[in-house]
Design a protein around this ligand. Structure first.
Ligand code: NAD
Length: 472
């Protein structure tokens, strides 16, 4: 077992002797690590360290900051296998995907900042004014468990690049990669106090972080419920905030599209990380004439995804990250059945051979009502809702008919028609005919899915204040 009885504060590993939080292996339920359940006083020390470090770090040259980010990139690359394995164990993502996504995306994102920073307009001339983009200050970063290192990197790299100092509070469910990140940064030339990492519960150290008066910005990824708490705390003290929250994304398939391709894409997207993905396409909107064919195609795609141990290289569907998450997903499945949705495949029974751990069958419901709970609430598990529509206007209305607005997809043989439908979706991103993810494009949500953007220059903007000098 990995006993991580330490916290990273002011450039030092500080030993913790108080209560600890067990970390469970998703596939077996066994305890694989213990991390500190730190207290508010310890969080206060971390914020004070970040506050002290801000003065110098905010004035370092871009070259110095780039040098540290290059060292971080080398460390992430060197520890790829370790990162992939620890996140597979905690979160349940199959190891091959974990290597490519859980370990690979942080590398790609860090590289993207190294590429764009030299050309970023930190200073611009507007008439007689010099407009400066200056660091916002001390940033509190709070992250969830589903892509734990990726979420941390998406905040920490642009924050450090902007000249901000950081306190990271990782998820208590998947905290081990935050230790790897702190270990890598500890080996770089980053001055003491610029990056700090404190583990613990949200109601404890999370609250201490969001309410600390020396914190100037809160960058949060997690549930919409907690995002509301973070936004309210920020508003009380006029802190800046950026929120990345939940989703209930819809794929609209027009009748002229290749249905098989659209469903294959939607199934892979919906089941990625066992459905524990904020942008998961969990609603498939098909013309009523294609509903039954869509159900048959989705069943075939989902039935291929037999759950298994994520460390087995042949596994394509792993478990969920925690017993609570599994039970929440099973409750959604039972409620959908009670609501009258047609169970096409999967269901609430434990998958054969996976009685231990937090496994859920890949599940498809047909004839789902657009206003029912399954079509409205984020499930965060391997569950697809197929919803029939009669007119394109109705399809758009259904797609936009939840409180969320994170992502979506449109499929049509006619690209301009697909783009016209995409233009009506109230979401931060839309995949058109299977277009691939772009780490330089802005990522974020409308409405209850988020405030602000991450990735690329848009993610960097969040950590900068504007100052204008009126020159003679
Ligand atoms: P969560 O809201 O339960 O927890 C997220 C983080 O907030 C954790 O570190 C937690 O300890 C902390 N926290 C909890 N209560 C707090 C409080 N009162 N004050 C301060 N911090 C507190 O979310 P989760 O269950 O870890 O993650 C799953 C959710 O995250 C899903 O809803 C998912 O859609 C969302 N998510 C969104 C994105 C995105 O980019 N939009 C990405 C990944 C996950």
């Amino acid at each position: 077992m990995n006993s991580l009885n330490r916290l990273y504060i002011d450039g030092q590993w500080v030993t913790w002797e108080g209560d600890s939080i067990p970390v469970h292996e998703a596939a077996t339920g066994e305890v694989i690590a213990q991390v500190p359940a730190a207290d508010a006083a310890t969080m206060q020390q971390a914020v004070e360290a970040a506050e002290r470090a801000f003065g110098l770090w905010s004035l370092t040259s871009l070259d110095d900051r780039l040098a540290v980010i290059r060292q971080l990139l080398a460390g992430l690359k060197a520890r790829t296998d370790e990162i992939a394995e620890c996140i597979s164990r905690e979160v349940g993502m199959p190891i091959k995907l974990s290597r490519a996504i859980q370990a690979g995306t942080p590398i790609a994102v860090t590289q993207s900042y190294l590429d764009l920073l030299p050309g970023y307009p930190f200073v611009e001339r507007v008439g007689n004014s010099e407009v400066q983009r200056v660091p916002v200050g001390v940033v509190g970063c709070i992250t969830p468990w589903n892509y734990p290192l990726h979420q941390a990197i998406l905040k920490v790299v642009p924050a450090l690049a902007a000249g901000c100092t950081v306190v990271l509070k990782p998820s208590e469910i998947a905290p081990q990669s935050a230790y790897i990140l702190a270990e890598i940064l500890d080996e770089t030339d980053l001055p003491s106090g610029v990056f700090n990492m404190v583990t613990g519960f949200g109601h404890d150290v999370g609250e201490a972080l969001i309410r600390h008066p020396a914190v100037n910005m809160l960058s949060f990824t997690g549930s919409t419920r907690t995002g509301g708490v973070v936004a309210a705390a920020a508003a009380e003290d006029f802190k800046r905030y950026a929120l990345e929250m939940g989703g209930k994304s819809a794929a609209i398939v027009l009748p002229d599209a290749d249905l098989a391709t659209a469903i294959k894409h939607t199934a892979n997207n919906c089941l990625l990380n066992s459905g524990q993905t904020c942008t998961a396409l969990t609603r498939l909107l098909v013309h009523t004439s294609q509903h039954d064919e869509a159900c048959a195609l989705a069943k075939a795609a989902f039935d291929k995804m037999t759950p298994g141990n994520p460390l087995d290289p042949d596994t394509r569907l792993g478990p969920l990250a925690s017993a609570e998450q599994r039970d929440r997903v099973l409750a959604h499945i039972r409620a959908a059945e009670a609501e009258g949705a047609t169970l096409i495949t999967g269901g609430a029974a434990a998958p054969e051979g996976c009685e231990q751990g937090y496994f859920v069958r890949a599940t498809v419901f047909g004839n789902v009502k657009p206003d029912g709970a399954l079509a409205q609430e984020e499930v965060f598990g391997p569950v697809l809702a197929i919803i029939p529509w009669q007119t394109e206007d109705e399809a758009v209305r259904i797609a936009n008919g939840t409180l969320y607005g994170l992502s979506g997809a449109v499929w049509s043989a006619d690209l301009s028609k697909a783009k016209a439908i995409a233009g009506q979706l109230r979401t931060g991103q839309v995949t058109v005919n299977g277009g691939v993810f772009n780490p330089l494009a802005p990522f974020g949500g409308f409405r209850h899915s988020g405030v602000g953007r991450e990735f690329g220059a848009y993610g960097l903007d969040e950590f900068l204040e504007l100052r204008s000098l009126q020159l003679p």
